[in-house]
Ligand binder design. Structure first.
Ligand SMILES: [Zn+2]
Length: 246
């Protein structure tokens, strides 16, 4: 097979043997790609630090027989150095990379997901006032893009205004009439804050007015609980899909 060229964001890299690394990259045209970079850990490696997480890279690859491709060339498009130099930015960025790694399918083209990640990483590298808010806004957009947009301003089931309960399984905020067991209360302030983050561009999400810490904690708990519920279910459903289509 001929080599192919792709650009994307490095999600993670792991050691392989003495000198190699397995690098996972979210690419524009080929979806999530796992590839071996041979000799990358030698001091003479031509790859240097080009394949570190958060880096926007241009790659030349060979398609492997299994799920592993081989990287033959790597050039940096943007290194995003600020993220690695700041603990808060790094933590927010890790959240983004991990979520995309979970959602993206190998060799399944997803330009919108790659662009969302690139926008999120650029927003963090610009050193926003509040990197946590950027990560939360990113998660809301990722959920919507993946088909799990949480209902925040109306009941997820019947559309009634001013819902005061929240259920990941039912799709977000719900009214008293639609509630099932296991549904917890939610404050208006937490829903309003999440709704604002959902519609704010990532480039300015770090400067939205912050509610008090109690509300921030509540909305963060709801958001990550919701994301975990839907992404884990989707993860579990993937192997079954693969089996039935073979
Ligand atoms: Zn309802």
């Amino acid at each position: 097979m001929p080599p192919y060229k792709e650009q994307g964001i490095v999600l993670r890299s792991a050691k392989l043997g003495e000198a190699d690394k397995i690098v996972t990259v979210m690419t524009q045209g080929a979806g999530k790609v796992r590839a071996v970079a041979k000799g990358i850990r030698k001091t003479t490696s031509r790859f240097g630090a080009r394949l570190e997480p958060f880096t926007h890279v241009s790659l030349m690859l060979y398609r492997g027989r299994g799920s592993l491709d081989t990287i033959t060339q790597a050039e940096i498009i943007a290194p995003h150095p600020n993220i690695r130099a700041d603990l808060a930015l790094f933590a927010a960025g890790e959240t983004m990379l991990e979520a995309v790694d979970k959602v993206a399918q190998e060799h399944e083209r997803n330009v919108r997901l790659t662009m969302l990640l690139l926008t999120g990483i650029r927003a963090l590298d610009a050193r926003p006032a509040d990197s946590t808010a950027v990560a939360e806004s990113f998660m809301l957009k990722l959920l919507s893009l993946s088909g799990f947009h949480p209902s925040l301003t109306a009941c997820a089931v019947c559309g009634a205004a001013d819902p005061q309960l929240f259920s990941a399984g039912l799709g977000g905020a719900v009214c008293n009439g639609c509630a099932e067991s296991g549904v917890g209360p939610v404050s208006r302030a937490a829903l309003a804050y999440l709704a604002e983050l959902a519609q704010t561009d990532l480039g300015v999400a770090g400067s939205v007015a912050q509610p008090e810490m109690r509300v921030r904690k509540e909305s963060r708990g709801l958001l990550y609980g919701f994301a975990e519920y839907h992404f884990e279910r989707r993860m579990k459903s993937v192997p079954m899909l693969v089996r039935t289509t073979q």
